[in-house]
Design a protein around this ligand. Structure first.
Ligand code: AHM
Ligand code: MG
Length: 343
């Protein structure tokens, strides 16, 4: 297999993260280390995902695979990997994960740090059995309390307070995309050398959108405004050339495609479904981190009425409707909702 080598100077993720540090004169290197450990988690999870089909076969007789390791569900594996790389470093005050009901404390025997890490270890994991792309989503905040173990207050912060956020997509190749507020940068994992190399510097969402991405089977449950907006993106409204539909059902993959190609992803509220009155996606673990990435690439994210990054979370697993992608399209969704839906 040939190694993936971009033309021009090679830039590893480590070097890139270090260079980004110059934007923060007060930086101590803690955030740099934290991001680097997330990249490492991405490599470990990626290699495990690639063997997922085999692990199933090799582990078929019992609970152990051929290496004598316990065969785990991949999302549990991803959860444990991220936790164990970050519990002892002294960088974090606490963590929060989509897989855990409560905040995850740092064990008392380890030093408490100044950051908070929130993550969805393996978003879209129900797709794994069909070999469809999945992803890890992360965001980092500064703690707001001053000392001791992190608290709920440290975790329930609006997305506007995010210090860094991004995702790792496990697709036909593995990519890490992140922002610290100075552009959005994408790295592709070269499996031959085990390094993330800069392949997509300074990603901007193209002005001209191509795709709309939504689970349209839910349409009967959407508000009038959202249904009319959908007609609009399909081009059934004067003056707008319709977009093509693409829906993977794995948000990181849907978001990533639209980030590179232009478009909008949305998961609206389901008005008649008591299980999803605010949609499906979680503000802290899914919506806010990707909203931060979208805005830093020139896009925008809204719940249909307000900027996602301005929402003050009330609960760890709070769900919100999400419209994310090209700024003009998300603003259009807000306009339809304002015009046709009564608050
Ligand atoms: P998960 O966190 O349980 O994996 O669910 C989130 C996923 C997103 O990746 C995706 O956009 C959405 O659920 C798909 O939901 P649906 O099957 O309702 O279209
Ligand atoms: Mg998820």
């Amino acid at each position: 297999m040939a190694s993936f080598l971009p033309k021009g100077p090679l830039q590893t993720i480590e070097r890139h993260i270090l260079e980004q540090q110059k934007f923060y004169p007060e930086a101590t290197g803690t955030l740099t280390g934290l991001l680097y450990d997330l990249a490492l988690a991405g490599k470990i999870i990626s290699s495990h995902i690639q063997r997922a089909g085999l692990a199933e076969i090799l582990g078929a007789t019992g609970d152990e695979n051929v290496q004598g390791e316990e065969v785990q569900k991949l999302d549990e594996f991803a959860q444990r990997t991220i936790y164990r790389l970050n519990d002892h470093t002294g960088r974090l005050a606490c963590m929060g994960s989509e897989e855990e009901p409560d905040i995850i404390p740092i064990p008392e025997r380890f030093p408490q740090g100044k950051y908070v890490l929130l993550f969805d270890p393996l978003d879209g994991s129900s797709n794994i059995d069909s070999n469809v792309s999945v992803g890890t989503i992360f965001s980092i905040y500064r703690r707001v309390t001053t000392a001791g173990p992190g608290t709920l207050e440290d975790v329930l912060q609006a997305g506007s307070q995010i210090v860094a956020a991004g995702y790792i997509i496990y697709g036909s190749s593995t990519m890490l995309v992140y922002s610290t507020g100075y552009g959005v940068h994408g790295f592709t994992l070269d499996p031959m050398i085990g390094e993330f190399l800069l392949s997509h510097p300074d990603i901007r969402i193209p002005e001209k959108p191509k795709y709309y991405s939504v689970n349209q089977s839910n349409e009967i449950y959407w508000s009038d405004g959202v249904q009319r907006f959908t007609r609009y993106v399909q081009g059934m409204d004067n003056g707008f050339k319709g977009l093509s539909a693409r829906y993977i059902g794995s948000m990181v993959a849907d978001f990533h495609r639209n980030l590179l190609q232009g478009g909008i992803f949305y998961y609206p509220a389901d008005l008649k479904d008591p299980k999803k009155p605010s949609g499906k996606l979680r503000l802290l673990y899914e919506c806010a981190p990707l909203a931060f990435v979208a805005e830093n690439a020139g896009g925008y994210a809204s719940d249909g009425r307000q900027r996602i990054l301005d929402i003050q979370p009330q609960a760890l697993h709070q769900r919100v409707p999400l419209f994310i992608g090209n700024r003009s399209l998300v603003a259009k969704a807000e306009e339809f909702i304002r015009t046709y839906d009564h608050a």
